[in-house]
Design a protein around this ligand. Structure first.
Ligand SMILES: [Zn+2]
Length: 143
């Protein structure tokens, strides 16, 4: 979603990284001792307890639905129904995000999905910087 921005875009999620051109990716951390994946930097590995530095890596943009719910009631202005999904990204980690799909009743465990970065619903910070968010789409469909 690289674009020419007047004000540099900001990450709308703690794991999102955005460069000055608006290119976004999700960063996670891998334990160098046991290879466990952590979605945030930690002082010690939650799996093996190692205090060796975690290695940052750019996560895969493909994964599969682990679990989901169809949300029928939300805040005013939020279109319903929508699908909130827990997705196991290939190689880790597991992320929660909305799954944009034409038929929410068609979601099944194991459905292959793709991570797509977006404009976080058009949100901006107080300086006018746009936020970058993400959602999922079924593999083989558009953003
Ligand atoms: Zn570890």
């Amino acid at each position: 979603m690289a674009t020419d921005y007047i004000v540099a875009p900001r990450a709308g999620h703690a794991s999102i990284r955005v460069d000055a051109g608006g290119n976004a990716w999700i960063e996670s951390y891998r334990c160098v001792d046991c290879s466990a994946v952590l979605s945030s930097r930690a002082m010690a590995c939650r799996s093996c307890g190692s205090r060796t530095s975690m290695q940052a890596f750019r996560v895969s943009e493909s994964g599969m639905v682990y679990s989901w719910t169809i949300v029928h009631r939300s805040y005013p202005g939020i279109a319903v129904p929508f699908v909130s999904a827990i997705v196991d990204l290939d190689g880790g980690p597991t992320l929660k995000g909305n799954l944009r799909i034409d038929n929410p009743n068609a979601v099944r465990q194991g459905v292959r999905v793709r991570l797509v970065f977006d404009d976080a619903g058009g949100a901006h910070d107080k300086d006018g910087a746009p936020y970058v968010g993400f959602h999922f789409v079924p593999e083989g469909t558009g953003a």
